[in-house]
Design a protein around this ligand. Sequence first.
Ligand SMILES: Cc1cc2nc3c(=O)[nH]c(=O)nc-3n(C[C@H](O)[C@H](O)[C@H](O)COP(=O)(O)OP(=O)(O)OC[C@H]3O[C@@H](n4cnc5c(N)ncnc54)[C@H](O)[C@@H]3O)c2cc1C
Length: 430
Amino acid sequence: MSEEKFDCIVVGAGPAGSTAALELARQGLEVLLVERGPAPGSKNMMGGRLYSHSLHKIIPNFWEEAPVERCVEKEELCFLTEGGAVTVSLASPELGEPPDHSFTVLRADFDAWLAGKAEEAGAVLATGVRVDDLLLSGDRVCGIRAGEDEILADVVIAADGVNSLLARKGGLRGELPSRYVSVGVKEVIALPARAIEDRFGLGEGKGAARLFVGACTRGVQGGGFLYTNRESISLGLVFSLHALSEAGVSVPEAVEDFKLHPAVRPLLAGGEVVEYSAHLVPEGGLAMQPRLVAGGMLVCGDAAGMVINTGFMVRGMDLAVTAGATAARAVLAAREKGDFSAATLKIYEEMLRETHVSWDLEAYRNAPAFLETPRLYTTYPELVVEMMADLFKVRGARPKPVRRMAIEHLKRRVSLIQLIRDAWKGARSI
Ligand SMILES: Cc1cc2nc3c(=O)[nH]c(=O)nc-3n(C[C@H](O)[C@H](O)[C@H](O)COP(=O)(O)OP(=O)(O)OC[C@H]3O[C@@H](n4cnc5c(N)ncnc54)[C@H](O)[C@@H]3O)c2cc1C
C-alpha cells in the first residue's frame, strides 16, 4: 500500500467534484481529484445549459473566461404532433441579464476548464483513473482503491455521477430505481454561426433553448431538447427508463424521426452530426435521494440525485456546483474539529438546507409523480395543436365561438374531471 495520504479525495471531475476540489484547494488542503475519463468532460454529456447563479458565487463573472457557448435569451416550449407543432416563445434581453442568466455549454470544454481551475488552486488532478472501491478503517471510509493503487485520505467526496459506485459501496444507497431514471441521447450538429442566428432569429452570439413535448417521444414519458451553441446545435431526446422498456420504443429510430419532423428538419438543414452520446439522468428528486454522509465520506451532485426536472426545465449543473461547494465547507468544518465521523459530517445536510439545492428539491418534490401522467405526452400536445389549427383555419362554415370550439375539443380527448385533476396535480408540482 502506498503511504500517500491526502486531506481529501474527490472522485469525479464533473461540476460537483471540480467545485469541491477548487474550494478545498483554495483553503490550502491537499486534494486529489480523480477522474476516470481521459480528460474531465470526456465521459459527460447533458442537454446543454448552465444556469449561472451558483458558479458565479464561486468564480465571479466566470462567463468572461469560461468556454461558454451562447447566452440564452430565447426560451421556447414546443408541443408536437406527428406533423404539427405549436411553439410558445419568450424572447427577452432580461433573460440575458447577469448573474441570473444561463449559457449553453459543451461539457468536454467546460468540465476541462473547471477542473483546470481546481488544479490552478493546487488540487492534484488524476485523469484516466477509475476508482473501484472505498478503503475502510473500521466502519469509516479512509481512502480509495483504483486498480492496484490504494490512496488514503481523511475524507472522500463522492461526486461520481448518477451511477455512483461509491454511494453504493459506502452503503448510502442501493441500485438505481428505474422509475426515477431517464436516459438522454444527444447529437451535436455543426452549423455556421450565421445560419443558427438566422434560423432562430437571434442576435450575434445570443442563444436559444427549445424543449419539445409530444410526438417526439412516441407517447413515452420524456421530451426533446434543442440548444444553440456557437457553431453547433445540441439536439436530443430524454425517455423515462421504465416507460421506455414497457413501450418497446427504439431510441435511434425515434431520434431519426425527431430530426425529420417538419418543425425540426429546417433548423438542421445542411448540418453535420459531429458527436453522439447517451447518459442517464436521475430525475426522482427527493424521492430518490440517498443518505448524504457516512463516516469519512460525503456524496454530492448526480451521485446524490440532485437534479430537477419540472417538465419545462432540467437542472443539475447548478445544483452540482452548489452541492460540491457545500460539501467542501462541511469538510472544512469537520477538519476544524479534527473529526470526520458521520455525526460531524452531518453538518453537510444542515448546510445544504440553507442552499437552493434543498429549496429546489423541496419545491419540486411532486414534479416526478406529475410527469408520470401519460396524457402529458399524447393527449395534451395533440389538443394544443388541434385547437390552434381550428383557430386559424377558415372553412367558410358557420363560425363557432372559440369557447365552444375549445370545449368540443376537450370533450373529445379528456373528461373535465380528468383535466381538472391533471391541472391541479401540475399546479402543485411546480
Ligand atoms: C440528456 C441530459 C440533459 C441534461 N440537461 C441539463 C441541462 O440543460 N442543464 C443542467 O443544469 N443539467 C442538465 N443535465 C444534468 C447534468 O448534466 C448533471 O446534473 C450534472 O452533470 C451533474 O454533475 P455531477 O458533477 O454531479 O456529475 P457528472 O457530471 O456526471 O460527473 C461525474 C464524473 O465522475 C466521473 N466518474 C464516475 N465514476 C467514476 C469512478 N468510479 N472513478 C473516477 N471517476 C468517475 C465521471 O466520468 C464524470 O466525469 C442533463 C443531463 C442529461 C443526461
